[in-house]
Design a protein around this ligand. Structure first.
Ligand SMILES: NC(=O)C1=CN([C@@H]2O[C@H](COP(=O)(O)OP(=O)(O)OC[C@H]3O[C@@H](n4cnc5c(N)ncnc54)[C@H](OP(=O)(O)O)[C@@H]3O)[C@@H](O)[C@H]2O)C=CC1
Ligand SMILES: Nc1c(N[C@@H]2O[C@H](COP(=O)(O)O)[C@@H](O)[C@H]2O)[nH]c(=O)[nH]c1=O
Length: 432
């Protein structure tokens, strides 16, 4: 049974772990507090960056000889393996720690087994203290270990009637300065920020974490199937943070920009659910409708992106042909957008453990349809627009029984706005 001092130490260890958010990928965030035999705190530490010392090592260093006979309180089971640093279970034994209290078991095959090693050496080991809090702070890493893809937070800013832009497409700014500053904290905590080509075209967003001292910069990712939305001079191309543009296979890499080639979404898998784009191939384009060369779209050939009421799906449509203009020779082909699972797998392979999906509604719908949203952070402004795009388009949901049910974790007032944080409930756990 854990003592009150150990519970307080674990709360502190969770807070220490949170300081590592955004800096430790592909590693977890971990906090540790060492108590002496009387229950007094003698050392604290957290994992500050991948490749650096683990939380236990920092805390043991701070405690020195006072760790002997004491208790180590850790948010994650001490590791048992030699990676870039030595095994923490051994470090705890070497320091003479008599008791270890940890919150969450380490699920990685390499590192697991620390608790067993400690027990076998005669250390008193307890597991599960404040496990919910410790899970929550480490949710990105735990999700990525359990699912093999990064944890995804979909964030949006909407009016109280659920609009993310006005009918004329203008959307800056819906929420207050306080909410927007909070978004920069979210960006700094995530490894990558993702937007679709529609948002890129409409907003020319910057997507870096601004105004936070010492902030880790996320990788900025634009999902731009044809490589035509990210143009020279785009704000995501400045050097405030790294940028990756995801395009379809066969599209030429964008000059001077890290380009990721992805397959189209598997039409057979999610075809009826995925938002899609109707387009006719452009002159000089490839057979599949992708451009042969990025940045060559001329105004006449430019696709007009419009919301339609058709089946709740979003379609980008060609403008009606001008009188006298030639009829396209080839029939319009459905385009499916890029494969969300392939995108997440590629980001995971690059060490990304947490993604902040910042829109827009079409790409967010594709993530929801792909079952790839873990957490939703909605900023709601006390304003009404009455028209304009809704926060989410499609998502593969057509009837009330398919509603994606969420658990509200937090509701916070930010200036005049509300920030609601909710997680996706495990299937079958919610009835409304
Ligand atoms: N208030 C808010 O929080 C936000 C508001 N907005 C607003 O939303 C509007 C833009 O929304 P929207 O057009 O939906 O933009 P998105 O950013 O969702 O981009 C959608 C485009 O992404 C491309 N895409 C690539 N792969 C996929 C896929 N698998 N599924 C779906 N799309 C894919 C498609 O174009 P292609 O294949 O041609 O590349 C698609 O048309 C703007 O008015 C913007 O201001 C946007 C973000 C946040
Ligand atoms: N309009 C709107 C948001 N819009 C989001 O912010 C992006 C612009 O980011 P940046 O260019 O880095 O400042 C934009 O493309 C969209 O994803 N966010 C909000 O918190 N509140 C708002 O009212």
């Amino acid at each position: 049974m854990a003592t009150a001092a150990e519970a307080a130490a674990m709360r502190r260890a969770v807070a220490l772990a949170a300081r590592g958010l955004g800096f430790t990928s592909p590693n977890p965030v971990v906090g540790c507090v060492v108590l002496d035999a009387t229950g007094e705190t003698v050392g604290e530490g957290y994992h500050q960056r991948a490749g650096g010392p683990h939380a236990e090592v920092h805390a043991l260093r701070a405690a020195g000889e006072r760790a002997r006979g004491g208790t180590a309180v850790v948010t994650l089971e001490p590791c048992n393996h030699t990676g870039r640093t030595g095994p923490c279970a051994q470090a705890l034994l070497d320091a003479g720690i008599a008791r270890v209290v940890y919150a969450v078991a380490d699920p990685t095959p390499d590192a697991t087994g620390g608790a067993a090693t400690l027990r076998a050496a005669g250390v008193d080991v307890e597991h599960g203290l404040l496990a919910d809090e410790a899970e929550t702070v480490n949710t990105a890493w735990l999700t990525s270990v359990r699912t093999g893809r990064p944890h995804v937070t979909w964030k949006y800013a909407a009016t109280l009637d659920g609009r993310v832009a006005a009918a004329d497409g203008s959307s800056r700014w819906i929420t207050s300065a306080a909410s927007r500053a909070d978004v920069h904290r979210l960006r700094a905590e995530c490894d990558a920020v993702v937007v679709g080509s529609g948002t890129q075209r409409a907003d020319d967003p910057h997507l870096a974490a601004r105004g936070i001292e010492g902030a880790a910069q996320p990788l900025r990712v634009v999902v731009d199937t044809h490589g035509t939305a990210v143009r020279p001079g785009a704000r995501v191309l400045d050097d405030a943070a790294p940028t990756l543009v995801a395009v379809a296979e066969g599209v030429e890499p964008l000059p001077g920009v890290a380009t990721l080639h992805l397959p189209y979404a598997d039409q057979n898998a999610d075809a009826e659910h995925l938002p899609y784009v109707e387009r006719a191939p452009r002159a000089g384009g490839n057979d599949d409708g992708t451009s042969a060369r990025p940045g060559t779209e001329d105004d006449e050939d430019r696709l007009e992106h419009r919301f339609t009421a058709s089946g709740g799906a979003y379609r980008a449509q060609r403008p009606a042909p001008r009188p006298g203009s030639p009829t396209p020779q080839q029939p319009a082909q459905p385009a499916r957008g890029l494969d969300i699972h392939a995108l997440l797998a590629e980001l995971h392979a690059r060490g990304v453990r947490s993604v902040l999906l910042e829109g827009g509604p079409t790409l967010a719908g594709a993530f929801v349809a792909a079952g790839a949203v873990d957490r939703v952070v909605g900023y709601l402004a006390p304003a009404l627009l009455g028209a304009g795009p809704a926060a989410l388009t499609g998502g593969g949901i057509t009837t009330i029984t398919e509603a994606l049910r969420l658990d509200v974790r937090e509701c916070v007032a930010l200036g005049p706005d509300l920030r609601i944080t909710a997680t996706v409930a495990a299937p079958g756990t919610k009835e409304h």
